[in-house]
Write a protein that binds this ligand. Structure first.
Ligand code: 2P0
Length: 334
């Protein structure tokens, strides 16, 4: 990759069918188990990185507003990592435009750091393979390593005894998926969550008595989910996804103090998804670090089921399908 000083990239959020929840190395962002996700075709994030050698600090603009807090700190740390690797010292101006509410459990950090990794690696002239880009995105936010790729994506945790776990932990797309799956996002709440996923994850690992059992189940769920996707077994894929997500919420709700993202509206919708199944529909729920509920179903049924979920919840729904890999849109000189 040649150096070009300015680059713009687009990336999409991903939602895990088997979740990532818990790290064994906070600095390197190394997870305790593999995970498996679907990159969406909705809610893109567009990020431009422009090197500014004449300035003395990095600047982050989120939808035009300068960031000053934890988000800026994470972006500066990420750019510093890239500067160390490339030997280039210039600060950067990073401009990000989200089309999804930030911090609401809708994977904005996954799309954000995947777009930033691609744009920044290009602007700084880092020479990266696809796994290399995935490893880099992981350092910004774990789940971002999966948004580097489109479709269905497996993130390898790396064995804790691996001599180079940083190198061994990256995501890759699954080439042979035979499921025509849609994911309906029910936008119950779009405000920022009270506890960041990073803090919630740490607290869960340290204090939840349920966590060891959930992580052991997750290690079995990932290969089982892959087999379901490749065999076209929607019933089993949906059942594994729902059980894995509800188990993850049970671990965080049993932490000290508890992390509770599910609201009364979330529970009502989870009940409704089960009721739909009792009626013969193929619907399964998943949830992330926030109160919103996502519903897996056959793609052909998604518009009808989304309309029903909107009517039941009184909230907007968005139908997502497997989406594209992160991509550069423009490059050039500052
Ligand atoms: C996932 N989540 O697999 C899980 C499920 C949320 C619930 O990955 O600390 O923002 O930056 O690595 O990637 C959210 O965690 O956390 C997440 P960090 P990240 O999608």
């Amino acid at each position: 990759m040649s150096s070009c000083s300015r680059a713009t990239a687009v990336a999409h959020p991903n939602i895990a069918l088997v979740k990532y929840w818990g790290k064994h190395d906070e600095d390197l962002v190394l997870p305790l188990a593999d995970s498996l996700s679907m990159t969406l075709d909705v809610f893109p994030t567009t990020t431009t990185v422009r090197l500014t050698p004449h300035r003395d600090h990095d600047t982050l603009l989120l939808d035009g507003v300068p960031a000053t807090d934890e988000v800026l700190h994470r972006v500066v740390a990420f750019l510093t990592l890239l500067r160390t690797r490339t030997g280039r010292t210039a600060p950067a101006v990073v401009e990000t435009h989200n089309t999804v509410p930030v911090g609401a459990g809708l994977a904005s950090s996954a799309a954000g750091f995947a777009a930033l990794a691609l744009a920044a690696a290009t602007a700084y002239g880092a020479d990266l393979s696809a796994p290399g880009l995935s490893r880099l995105a992981r350092r910004g936010s774990g789940s971002a390593c999966r948004s580097v790729f489109g479709g269905f994506v497996w993130w390898h945790a790396a064995h804790p005894d691996d001599p180079d776990p940083d190198r061994a932990s990256y995501a890759e797309p699954l080439p042979d998926v035979r499921l025509d799956l849609a994911m309906i996002v029910v936008m119950l709440h779009t405000g920022a969550k009270p506890t960041s996923s990073r803090d919630a994850m740490r607290r869960t690992v340290r204090t939840s008595p349920l966590f060891p059992d959930w992580i052991a189940a997750t290690r079995e769920d990932v290969p089982a989910m892959r087999a379901c996707l490749e065999d076209g077994d929607l019933e089993r894929a949906g059942a594994i996804a729902e059980r894995n997500a509800l188990g993850m919420h049970a671990t965080m709700e049993s932490a000290t103090p508890p992390v509770v993202y599910r609201t009364a509206a979330s529970h009502r919708l989870l009940d409704h998804v089960r009721a739909l199944r009792d009626r013969g529909e193929q619907t399964w729920a998943t949830m992330d670090a926030g109160p919103n509920v996502k519903v897996l179903c056959p793609a052909a049924e998604a518009p009808r089921i989304a309309a029903e979920l909107a009517a039941v919840s009184g909230c907007p729904t968005v139908v997502a399908h497997p989406g594209p890999a992160a991509a550069l849109t423009t490059t050039g000189r500052s």
